[in-house]
Design a binder for this molecule. Sequence first.
Ligand code: FDA
Length: 302
Amino acid sequence: MSLFNFLVSKTIMHVPGPVVGYFAKDYVAGRRLEDSVAATADLNSQGMIATIDVLGEFIKTLDEATAFKEQCLEIFKAIDNHGLGANLSLKPSQMGLLLDKDAAFSNIREIVAAAAERGNFVRIDMEDVPCTDATLDFYRRLRAEFPGCVGTVLQAYLRRTPGDIASLGDGPLNIRLCKGIYNESREHAYKDGAVVNSNYLYCLEKLFEQGAYVGIATHDEALVQGALRLIDRYGLERDQYEFQMLLGVDEQLRNLLVAQGHRLRVYVPFGESWLPYSKRRLKENPMIAKHALRQMFGIHGH
Ligand code: FDA
């Protein structure tokens, strides 16, 4: 890691909001639902679909969870009113998971029920290790009640993930597979990038073997290439998987995949809680700050 990257990743949590906002504006559609609608319409016009996410996680009261639930229900209305190609992603902690598990389940259930009514879909994001078991339990219960309308996320950095794929294989599987973004201990997670990548492709193959619909969520070209090989080996049709990428990240790669005819979904976050999300993205890739600084000072070259 270069000194610049090291400094950004160590100091980003203390940088004032407006500065982070400047660097991270490409990662977030805006503060309001209308912003996510506009961003999604733009992606749709470029042949991509979206998953809309209202930013917010690890809340302090159940009232906040109720407010987030209402916002999710509004998102479905907006998707239908504007004829958007989009579904919804939500975080269990945003729905109250760490405050009251039953209340969180009932909030998420209400949202999935609304999705089912509208013929839409909810992706339950995966958070850190204290949330994993409950999230998978919610997914199991909801897929039984609303088949085809709910999916979840598995993280390739977790040692447990191949086992989770095997045990979830007793029902239809709709999984977003990502590397994983939280800072987990070595006890739970592989820490070496090459091992995470190897586990990613191992898990992806297990999922394909089990006939899962997979959202291949990565911007890592080595993984994209590995996924393309597996798609080819398993003879999958274009509607049997999708690639997924974050708003504002590697648009060139995403355009290349779209041009090759792959289904591509962009994660479109919006909302007032944009700051922690943006800080996480910047911490993850300090190069963004570098590019933005260069742009700001009119420096060209590498
Ligand atoms: P990697 O981090 O190696 O990045 C590969 C390349 O992509 C980098 O070299 C860089 O060029 C570019 N890149 C990656 N991230 C960037 C960024 N933030 N800014 C700019 N460039 C960047 N995690 C989780 O724990 N739970 C979840 O529910 C989700 N959900 C989710 C949805 C979607 C659609 C995506 C794409 C990702 C997630 N993630 C997630 C995050 C995921 O776990 C992972 O942290 C990031 O995708 C980065 O990993 P990559 O596979 O892209 O590889």
